[in-house]
Design a protein around this ligand. Structure first.
Ligand code: 5AD
Ligand code: FES
Length: 359
């Protein structure tokens, strides 16, 4: 189909998506331009912030791509204290970030899950519940997800990593801790409970094809999720998947592919929240700006105390590892202004798609 017709089509089929994923040159530029227009007309030029708190790098899993996998004994393990977490949340509030996102290696023991419940309740007390709370704490039982929801968390991020079972097991060990169907079931549970649910994938993985990526986009639409995060895969030398680092596309190509994924999804799901992942900036200094221009509308500035950041390297050369939170705030503000966008402060920045569905 000719690109103009494709870009104005109401409902993209898999073959359309495949054609767009293969777009090059002028067609690629037109795709990005169209996605940007759609985003500006539906969501305006506003960018929402989530202050990121990397609670702990202790993880019971061993995802083959991840630098903090339990099998990596080169990382020093840490866990923030309750006071440190609450300090981060207060800082987020002071800086005018309307929301925090708590991310951690996966743990499912009671001590951990109860601690999170307590922390969520305490964060909810800051200034009469003015901060939004997103959790990104992996796979948990329905009971635990409910407990956290009842304590006040209202968004949850759980990337599917790949919607294709065969690819999922090429990038995870195949055992009871890494179970594709369990992960899918978790996403359904989160949606059922009423979380604003986010998922996502890495782009440019070894063994990943355009067909897999098209299926990922169709998966997001079929689940009608409220949020999506997609970023380029970055090989980490201390992980098993690094063996295949010579088989993946070059960084520029992974960046372009990520931007295509963001742009196509913006056409498919105009009202969802989409994050400009920090991984974009690792492969391209302008990566986050480019993601915003291709259709993303959320940024997650890091609030983790600097002393711990070096230990939360899920991938190497993470951006902003040495920036102080205040620097990050003004840097992002300026960088968004430079591309004609405006950071929205003191707001939760809920997904329009979710708010409408609930109404
Ligand atoms: N490169 C890029 N992204 C990664 N993630 C984990 N390891 C890597 C890597 N090496 C992503 C995963 C995970 C999220 C927290 O970070 O998608 O869900
Ligand atoms: Fe920790 Fe994947 S390595 S969840």
């Amino acid at each position: 189909m000719n690109i103009k017709d494709l870009l104005t089509k109401d409902f993209l089929e898999k073959e359309d998506i495949l054609q767009l994923l293969a777009a090059e040159g002028d067609e690629y530029e037109q795709l990005l331009k169209r996605a940007s227009e759609v985003k500006l007309s539906v969501l305006d030029n506003k960018v929402h912030l989530r202050g990121l708190i990397e609670l702990s790098n202790i993880c019971r899993k061993s995802c083959l791509y991840c630098g903090v996998r339990s099998g990596n004994d080169r990382v020093e393990r840490y866990s923030l204290t309750d006071d440190e977490v609450l300090e981060c949340a207060r800082l987020a509030h002071q800086l005018g970030y309307g929301s925090v996102a708590i991310q951690s290696g996966e743990r499912s023991d009671r001590e951990f899950t109860d601690r999170i419940t307590r922390l969520v309740s305490k964060i909810k007390k800051i200034d009469g519940g003015s901060l939004g709370i997103t959790l990104s704490l992996g796979e948990q039982s329905e009971e635990v997800y409910r407990q956290w929801f009842d304590a006040g968390a209202h968004r949850y991020l759980l990337r599917i990593e790949s919607s294709t079972e065969a690819l999922y097991y090429k990038i995870h060990p195949h055992d009871e801790r890494h179970d594709f169907h369990k992960r899918l079931a978790c996403i359904d549970t989160l949606l059922d409970i009423g979380y604003q649910t986010g998922t996502g994938v890495m782009v440019g993985l070894p063994f990943q094809t355009l067909d897999h990526l098209a299926d990922d986009l169709l998966f997001f639409r079929s689940k009608d999720v409220a949020m999506v995060g997609m970023g380029p895969y970055i090989p980490h030398p201390d992980t098993p998947l690094y063996t295949f680092a010579n088989q993946i596309p070059a960084p520029e190509e992974r960046m372009r592919l990520t931007l295509k994924m963001i742009a196509i999804l913006r056409l498919m799901m105009p009202e969802i929240n989409m994050v400009a992942a920090t991984a974009n900036e690792t492969v391209d200094p302008m990566g986050r700006e480019k993601a915003i221009q291709a259709g993303a509308n959320v940024i997650m500035p890091n609030l983790t105390p600097n002393a711990y950041r070096e230990d939360y390297l899920i991938y190497p050369d993470k951006a902003c590892v040495n920036d102080k939170p205040e620097q990050c705030r003004s840097c992002l503000d300026l960088r968004m202004k430079a591309i004609g966008h405006e950071v929205l402060y003191n707001a939760w920045g809920d997904s329009v798609a979710f708010t409408k569905k609930k109404a």
